[in-house]
Design a protein around this ligand. Sequence first.
Ligand code: BT5
Length: 252
Amino acid sequence: AKKIKKDLPPSRLFIFPTIDSTNIFAKREISEHNDRIVIVIADRQTEGHGRFQRKFYSPAKSGLYLSIAIPLKGDQTVSAGLLTTATAVAVGRSIKEVFGVQLDYKWVNDLYLSERKVGGILTEAITDFESNSISSLVVGIGLNLSLDQNELPIDLRDKIAGIAENGQEKRNQIAAAVINNFFKLFKNYQDGRFLDEYRKNSFLIGRKIQAHSGQRTVAGTAIAIDDQGSLIILEENKKIKIQSGEVTKVDF
Ligand code: BT5
């Protein structure tokens, strides 16, 4: 893979009290002006979403909802999966710096703390139809800094958690740390060196899991994350590599 050029274009920062989704805004903005990095933060989202059109609960006063859109030069190659894992590490480093706790990385885009989800990442690639190549990348980060369990939708209670009791007081500090750590990692993420940190704090390695990739279901022990950020599962003595997809069961 070719190296991402080290010098980045200038960036524009947008901050909203309420928005549909910071990813939607960032995608629209970068499609119209492909010469700048776009950074979007909202206090609350009405259409916050995860992968496969799933909802991402985004209430005011409890979370960080942040998107970063990066225009790509014609000759840059990208790996959305690897960028998702790099972003997880950027968020993990930031939470460690500000709150002193270490997040667990649940391949590929989930962030966990004490066996519960505290956030997720949604990476989207925008394709330019004329050249049929990826013209920009949008990385969305959603984090529950603090959450009142009673205010959660019933189906999410017990499944998700907040990072700290008064976490929201540090929202801006976290946002700044995430942006800094993201760009530090972005320069060289394709070399995959950050993956050691991802592996060390993997929520899955060593556990019995079930994963879906396309039409396929794999069940076995998660044994590794390879240098491309793919998940390796040992299923009946056979190593199976999953490049993209998701883990649907853990310790079942
Ligand atoms: C994700 O999707 O976890 C990626 C979420 C990315 C959200 C950010 S916020 C800023 C930007 N703007 C957006 O619109 N999106 C991004 P996924 O792996 O598909 O997980 C979705 C599942 O997580 C849901 O089906 C719920 O089970 C659970 N969930 C929903 N809201 C949650 C929350 N606030 N915290 C933790 N888990 C949640």
